[in-house]
Design a protein around this ligand. Structure first.
Ligand SMILES: Nc1ncnc2c1ncn2[C@@H]1O[C@H](COP(=O)(O)OP(=O)(O)OP(=O)(O)O)[C@@H](O)[C@H]1O
Ligand SMILES: [Mg+2]
Length: 265
């Protein structure tokens, strides 16, 4: 089971932002979307998740997303946006419960707090449930939002169908320890049969946790493949307009990217 997006064009205002993107991800894997600021990563994620108008075709588990009802989509995939602020003074538990409500049209009418509390524990926020969301630090807020998203599609596979986590920069506000916790959580979700699509800026974390990488540049796909295929000196240096050196340190064997200079020339 997989996710495919074919020939995706998105126009915002008068400008075409995505110029015919083909993207694919498999359940059981973590697929990372990387690329420079403004290259179209968030736009692609929002098109795939049906939050933006697009032309092209998006299929999830073999079904055309355009024909799926909102509750079917909510049961199949959950989305962590790049920035998620709240207008109301919710407690942490209330925020996480929102995920439960989003997924409630399911066969699992669980309205207890068991799942939200389990999700908070997964992101290292046990004891935070009574705190006001507004009073949390940036990294704590990001992890609460992740707990909310997790609660929505807690089981990675439901009725034999994989469920999909879409994460837009899930570790951007996190310290290195929590970055590892969250990326491990994403990988565990995939290994349990779910699908994970994550927009990432940290290339080293991406090298550690992604099975496949799509590199977006100026609204088009510049490269797609395994970390070894995509994370090369030439591809990265050209996309990011700076000199980058990809190394392979023992004993981990994964790529390890070191910046060399601020500008290419
Ligand atoms: N509503 C809009 N109207 C016009 N242009 C927009 C709009 N929203 C986004 N854009 C432009 O679309 C381009 C892609 O934006 P997008 O948010 O997808 O980038 P990104 O790759 O996620 O970048 P970042 O790494 O900074 O999050 C940017 O140049 C942005 O300025
Ligand atoms: Mg973005």
């Amino acid at each position: 089971m997989s996710l495919t997006a074919t020939d995706i064009h998105v126009k915002l205002g008068r400008k075409e932002i995505l110029h015919g993107i083909d993207f694919a991800a498999r359940a059981g894997e973590v697929t990372a979307i990387v690329g420079p600021n403004g290259s179209g990563k968030t736009t692609l994620l929002r098109a795939i998740t049906g939050e933006l108008a697009y032309t092209g075709k998006v299929q999830i588990n073999g079904q055309d997303c355009a024909s799926m009802k909102p509750h079917e989509l909510a049961m199949t995939r959950a989305v962590l946006p790049q920035a998620a602020n709240l207008a109301f003074p919710f407690t942490v538990l209330e925020v996480v419960r929102l995920g439960l409500t989003a997924g409630l049209a399911s066969s699992r009418p669980d309205t207890s707090d068991t799942l939200p509390l389990q999700a908070l524990a997964r992101v290292g926020l046990t004891g935070f449930e009574g705190r006001y969301f507004h009073d949390l630090s940036g990294g704590e807020k990001q992890r609460v939002q992740l707990a909310r998203v997790l609660v929505q599609i807690w089981e990675p596979v439901l009725d034999g169908q994989p469920r999909w986590l879409f994460l837009d920069e899930p570790v951007s506000a996190l310290d290195i320890g929590h970055q590892l916790v969250v990326m491990q959580l994403a990988q565990d979700y995939a290994r349990a049969g779910g699908g994970v699509v994550a927009v990432m800026h940290d290339l080293n974390l991406t090298a550690m946790f992604a099975d496949q990488i799509t590199l977006i540049d100026a609204g088009s796909v510049r490269a797609h493949g395994t970390p070894q295929q995509v994370l090369t000196n030439d591809t990265l240096s050209a996309a990011y307009h700076c000199k980058l050196q990809v190394n392979t340190p023992p004993p981990m064997g994964g790529a390890w990217i070191l910046p060399q200079a601020a500008h290419l020339n």
